[in-house]
Design a protein around this ligand. Structure first.
Ligand code: PRX
Length: 673
C-alpha cells in the first residue's frame, strides 16, 4: 500500500467516527516525484508576498512584468501585481503553441450521446481567435460584458477565452437557471451579447436552451429593456429554434466569417476577467467580480500543486459545469494556463448507464479527477461493482469540492476509485475566493478522512470565536481568511457597500467566509457548513431568502420560510414551509388539493430560479415560528424538517405556534422528486 496509514485500522463502511480518527501519510513513492515539496510551507511563511510573486512569475506569462506585488491600501479592494499587463487567453492557449506544444491535446470532449472531439492547443488557438474576431465584429470591445449560457461543450470554454482575449468580462450563467434568473443577471451585468446554444444533451435527450434566452430578452411589463444587442447561437442539437432577425447570429456563421488571426488585447492585471453570480443571504444574487493577474496566478498554482499536475503525461478531468466557479478555475483557467490535457463531458454520470464516468476514466486514462461529494455518494449508492468493471488504474490524485465530504464517502472514494493509494485532496474554497484555499498537498500533507486539513502555502486562514480570537486546537467557531490572497474577489459588481458589509464587517479587517469550522487536536480544519442563510444542495449554493421570495411571488402564498434540511445524498435539501392565502388554505386540507398546490409551487420556484432550487418538500402550515421582533426562527423549522424534537422555543412571540405546526404536519405532505 503506497500510502502509509498511521493510526487505527477499520473496515470500510464503518461509522464516520471511526474513519475520522485515521491519518494517511503521503507515500514515499508519491512524495519523491511530487511537484510540491515539504519546504513549500516554510518558504511561503517566510515571505508570503515573495512567494506569490514567484508563482506569478513562473506560472503566468506577462506582456509587461509587474514590479508591485500587493497594494492593500484600498482594503478590502486588493491590487495584486497591479502594474503588470497580460492576457488570460494568451496564457491559456497561445503561449503553449509558441512553446511548441500546439499538437498537445487541450480537450478530449465527450458528448452525452457519445460524439467525441479532440481539440489541440493549436486548434484552440484558431477557434478562440476566430471567436474573438466574431465578438469584435458584433461590437464587443474591451470593458464590455458578455453573458454565456451554454451546455458543457467545447464552445463554452472557447467563448470564455474569446471574451478574455478581447478584454470583455464574461458572466457565465448555469444552463439550469431559468429565464427569469438569466434576465436578472443579464440586466445586472448590462451585457451586450449573450452566447447560447439551440440546446444540449442531458439524460439521453436533447433539451432546448435558446427559448430561455428569448424569454429573458423579451419585453416585460415594468422592466427596462435589456442592453443585449446580439445573441450568438451554437448549433449543438440541431433542433428547431425561433429566430430574431438582426439580433440572432449563428456561432458557426460568425466564426466562419472571422479571421483566424487575432492579437490578444493586453490588459492591466486588475482588469475584470469575469463576473459570476452566486447566492447570498438576501434575495438578490451577488455578481462576484474577479480580475486577471492574481486570479490566474492562484488558479494555476493551486491546480499544479494540489493535483500534482504533470502536463506532459497527466489527463485531468473535473466534472463541474462551467456555470459554477469550479468550472471557471479548474476547467477553463487553471488547467489551460498550466498546459494540461483534460476531459470535458457534457452529460450526467448515469447516462446511458451508471458506469459512464468510469468508462470515460478508462477510455482517456484519466489520472487526476475532481468531483463533488454528492456525486461520490450517488456512486456509492449504485454499488461498487459498477466502477469495479472498469480499469481505473490510471487515477493518481482524487479531488473533492463543494461541501464537506463525510468520512465514509472519503474512504469509499479512496478504496474503490483510488485503489487504496491515490491521495484524496478535499479542497475548501468559494466563488469569492476564486481558487482553492484550504487543502492538503498530495505528497506533502497527511490526510484525515473528512478534513480539508490546512491552508495552502501562501494562504492565512483561521477559526475564530465571536470576538475574532483564534480558537485553540479542539475548538470551533467561524472560518476567516486573515490576509489578502491573489485570487480574492475584488468586489460585488456595482455594489461596493454590499461587498464590505457581507464579508468585511463581521470581523474588522478580516474576511468572513460564512462557514462554521473546528480545529482538531492537531490543528487541522474541519468544515461544518454555513452559518448564514445559505444552503448547500449537492455542492451548489442556494439562498433561503431567494427561494422564499420566489414562493411569495406566487399568488397562492401569503408567507414562506425555507430551510436546508440534512440529506444523506445531497448534503442538504430544500424544505419550504408556506402559509397559503385565504381560500387556498382550505384546498390544502385534502390530499389531492395539497399535492396540486405543492406541484404548482415547486414548478413556480423552478420557473423563477431554476430546477435546482425546487424544494424537496413543501409543507403547508397555519403559522410560522417568529421571535418578538418578527424574525423567523429557522432553527425550529429545521428541527421539524429533520424529524427532530423541536428545540428551545422560548424566544418565540407565540410559543404555541410550534404545536400548531407539528399538529398540522401529522399528515405530512411531501412532493419528492
Ligand atoms: O460552505 C462552503 C462550501 O461551499 C461554499 C462555497 O460555495 P460556492 O461559492 O458555490 O463554491 C463551491 C465550489 C468551490 C463554501 O462557503 N464548500 C466548498 N468546498 C467545501 C465546502 N465545504 C466543505 N468542504 C469543502 N471542501
Amino acid at each position: 500500500m503506497p500510502e502509509n496509514e498511521t493510526t487505527t485500522t477499520a473496515e470500510p463502511g464503518l461509522e464516520n467516527l471511526l474513519h475520522e480518527s485515521r491519518t494517511f501519510a503521503p507515500s514515499a513513492e508519491f512524495a519523491a516525484q511530487a511537484n510540491a515539496q515539504p519546504g513549500i510551507y516554510d518558504e511561503a511563511k517566510a515571505d508570503r508576498l515573495a512567494f506569490w510573486a514567484k508563482q506569478a512569475t513562473e506560472l503566468v506569462s506577462w506582456h509587461k512584468p509587474f514590479t508591485e506585488v500587493l497594494d492593500w491600501s484600498n482594503a478590502p479592494v486588493a491590487r495584486w501585481f497591479g502594474d503588470g499587463q497580460l492576457n488570460a487567453a494568451y496564457n491559456a492557449v497561445d503561449r503553449h503553441v509558441e512553446a511548441g506544444h500546439g499538437d498537445r491535446v487541450a480537450i478530449h470532449f465527450e458528448g452525452e450521446p457519445g460524439d467525441t472531439r479532440t481539440v489541440t492547443y493549436a486548434d484552440l488557438q484558431r477557434e478562440v481567435s476566430r471567436a474573438a474576431n466574431a465578438l469584435n465584429a458584433l461590437g464587443v470591445v474591451k470593458g464590455d460584458r458578455v453573458v454565456i449560457y451554454l451546455p458543457m461543450i467545447v464552445e463554452a470554454v472557447v467563448a470564455m477565452l474569446a471574451c478574455a482575449r478581447i478584454g470583455a468580462a464574461h458572466s457565465v450563467v448555469f444552463g439550469g437557471f431559468s429565464a427569469d434568473a438569466l434576465r436578472s443577471r443579464i440586466a445586472d451585468a448590462e451585457a451586450k451579447v449573450v452566447i447560447t446554444a439551440d440546446g444540449g444533451y442531458r439524460r439521453g435527450s436533447a433539451s432546448a436552451l435558446k427559448p430561455a434566452v428569448d424569454e429573458a430578452l423579451a419585453p416585460k411589463d415594468g422592466a427596462e429593456p435589456t442592453t443585449v444587442e446580439h445573441v450568438l447561437v451554437v448549433k449543438r442539437t440541431g433542433q428547431d429554434t425561433a429566430w430574431t432577425e438582426h439580433r440572432d447570429v449563428w456561432w458557426h456563421d460568425a466564426l466562419e466569417a472571422a479571421d483566424v488571426q487575432h492579437t490578444p488585447v493586453w490588459v492591466d492585471a486588475e482588469h475584470p476577467l469575469f463576473i459570476l453570480y452566486t447566492s447570498g443571504t438576501t434575495g438578490k444574487p451577488k455578481g462576484i467580480l474577479h480580475t486577471t493577474g492574481g486570479y490566474l496566478t492562484q488558479a494555476a498554482y493551486t491546480h499544479k500543486n494540489v493535483f500534482d499536475l504533470k502536463p506532459e503525461s497527466d489527463v485531468y478531468w473535473c466534472t463541474a459545469d462551467i456555470g459554477w466557479v469550479t468550472g471557471h478555475s479548474y476547467v477553463t483557467y487553471g488547467p489551460l494556463v498550466n498546459g494540461a490535457t483534460q476531459v470535458i463531458y457534457e452529460g450526467t454520470p448515469d447516462s446511458p448507464h451508471q458506469g459512464r464516468w468510469w468508462e470515460i476514466v478508462e477510455k482517456y486514462k484519466v489520472s487526476l479527477f475532481y468531483t463533488a461529494p454528492t456525486a461520490i455518494r450517488a456512486c456509492m449508492k449504485w454499488g461498487e461493482e459498477i466502477p469495479n468493471k472498469f480499469d481505473l488504474s490510471s487515477l493518481r490524485v482524487l479531488g473533492s469540492v463543494g461541501e464537506s465530504i463525510n468520512p465514509e464517502a472519503w474512504m469509499w472514494y479512496r478504496r474503490v476509485i483510488g485503489a487504496d493509494k491515490a491521495p484524496i485532496v478535499d479542497t475548501w474554497w468559494q466563488t469569492e475566493t476564486g481558487a482553492m484555499m484550504i487543502s492538503p498537498l498530495p505528497g506533502v500533507t497527511a490526510t484525515k478522512p473528512g478534513s480539508a486539513q490546512v491552508p495552502l502555502p501562501g494562504i492565512v486562514a483561521d477559526v475564530v470565536d465571536d470576538e475574532a480570537k483564534p480558537v485553540p486546537n479542539g475548538g470551533g467557531g467561524y472560518l476567516v481568511l486573515s490576509e489578502p490572497w491573489p485570487s480574492m474577489l475584488r468586489g460585488i459588481w456595482g455594489d461596493l457597500e454590499r461587498f464590505k458589509d457581507t464579508y468585511w464587517s463581521r470581523f474588522q479587517g478580516i474576511y468572513f467566509a460564512g462557514d462554521g469550522a473546528k480545529k482538531d487536536e492537531d490543528g487541522n480544519i474541519w468544515l461544518l457548513g454555513r452559518v448564514d442563510d445559505v444552503m448547500n444542495v449537492s455542492g451548489h449554493r442556494l439562498s433561503t431568502t431567494e427561494i422564499e421570495s420566489a414562493l411569495v411571488s406566487n399568488p397562492l402564498v401569503a408567507e414562506a420560510a425555507v430551510v436546508g434540511a440534512a440529506d444523506e445524498m445531497t448534503g442538504q435539501a430544500v424544505v419550504a414551509f408556506v402559509i397559503l392565502r385565504g381560500e387556498h388554505a382550505e384546498k390544502a386540507s385534502t390530499d389531492e388539493g395539497s399535492k396540486e398546490i405543492e406541484t404548482t409551487l415547486r414548478n413556480h420556484v423552478a420557473k423563477e430560479i431554476g430546477p435546482i432550487a425546487k424544494p424537496r418538500k413543501i409543507l403547508v402550515v397555519p403559522e410560522l415560528p417568529k421571535t418578538r421582533s418578527g424574525k423567523i426562527m429557522r432553527r425550529l423549522l429545521r428541527d421539524v424538517a429533520e424529524n427532530r424534537t423541536v428545540g428551545d422555543a422560548t424566544t418565540l412571540a407565540d410559543s404555541s405556534v410550534m404545536n400548531l405546526i407539528s399538529a398540522g404536519l401529522a399528515k405530512p405532505a411531501g412532493a419528492e422528486d
